[in-house]
Ligand binder design. Structure first.
Ligand SMILES: CC(=O)[C@@H](O)[C@H](O)COP(=O)(O)O
Ligand SMILES: NCC(=O)COP(=O)(O)O
Length: 237
């Protein structure tokens, strides 16, 4: 079964718009868990424009599902993850000025660097995942880094699926299969939504987890968090 981890960055974005504590990130996260999500994801960025490092610290003791912290492994991020000890850390090669994540790791070029960072997290009992584009040679490279899982970067799938392209998930199917054969777990995320998640999860094998934020929080504006989460869970069964 594929687990749903809800990325709550956008709840923090809304809170930060007024500088106060509305909506309350911890309350929202606890409700998301109550409504059936199997994980909470945060992706703190150095400018803390949405989720803050302090949020990650406060979330850990109140969460009852898997906590996933995503980000670029700069020293500040590494220190945060080692302090908070989430169930999973997902390494993302974020560019300084990117609005959102826009590429996966080059696991061949950065193999030694990734090996070093991953081994540090693993030595503290934290499951490791690396954000990657759906390319076979990148998946082979990922297996060489010692990561436990990959997270397939799904923006291209979302774009192609919205255009009605046949085989929008083709490269994801092949990469997930290869990852499975290489004993890597498979996560996926970025721009997944109620429109495309059913097709993705029905077609891509061995999917352990999807992390979904932007679309899910937007859909919840129309339907409410509970109903939205229930719809995802049904489509992921
Ligand atoms: C790795 C990934 O695809 C998501 O974590 C995404 O980057 C969310 O980050 P933002 O909320 O900053 O867009
Ligand atoms: N890892 C992907 C994630 O956490 C959420 O991405 P998005 O749904 O906000 O695009």
């Amino acid at each position: 079964m594929t687990k749903l981890s809800v990325n709550i960055n956008k709840i923090a974005t809304l809170r930060n718009a007024r500088g106060g504590d509305v909506p309350n990130v911890l309350k929202a996260a606890k409700n998301i868990e109550k409504f059936g999500a199997e994980g909470i994801t945060v992706h703190p960025r150095p400018d803390e424009r949405h989720i803050r490092y302090a949020d990650a610290r406060e979330l850990k003791p109140v969460l009852t599902t898997e906590f996933n912290i995503e980000g670029k492994p700069i020293q500040q991020f590494v220190d945060l993850v080692l302090e908070v000890k989430p169930a999973q850390v997902t390494l993302v090669p974020d560019a300084e000025d990117a609005i959102t994540s826009n590429a996966g790791w080059d696991t061949i070029k950065h193999r030694d660097y990734l090996r070093e960072v991953i081994s540090e997290f693993k030595s503290h009992g934290i499951r490791t995942s690396i954000f990657v584009d759906p390319e076979l040679k990148i998946i082979e490279g990922a297996a060489e880094t010692g990561a436990d899982r990959i997270e397939l970067y799904t923006e291209q799938f979302a774009v192609d699926y919205a255009k009605g392209m046949e085989n929008a998930a083709k490269s994801y199917v092949a990469c997930s299969q290869l990852a499975y054969e290489l004993k890597l777990g498979v996560n996926a995320g970025h721009d997944l939504s109620l429109d495309n998640i059913g097709y993705f999860s029905n077609n891509v094998p061995h999917l352990d987890e999807v992390s979904i934020g932007h679309a899910l929080i937007s859909e919840a504006l129309y339907m409410g968090l509970e109903k939205t989460i229930q719809k995802y869970l049904k489509l992921l069964k």
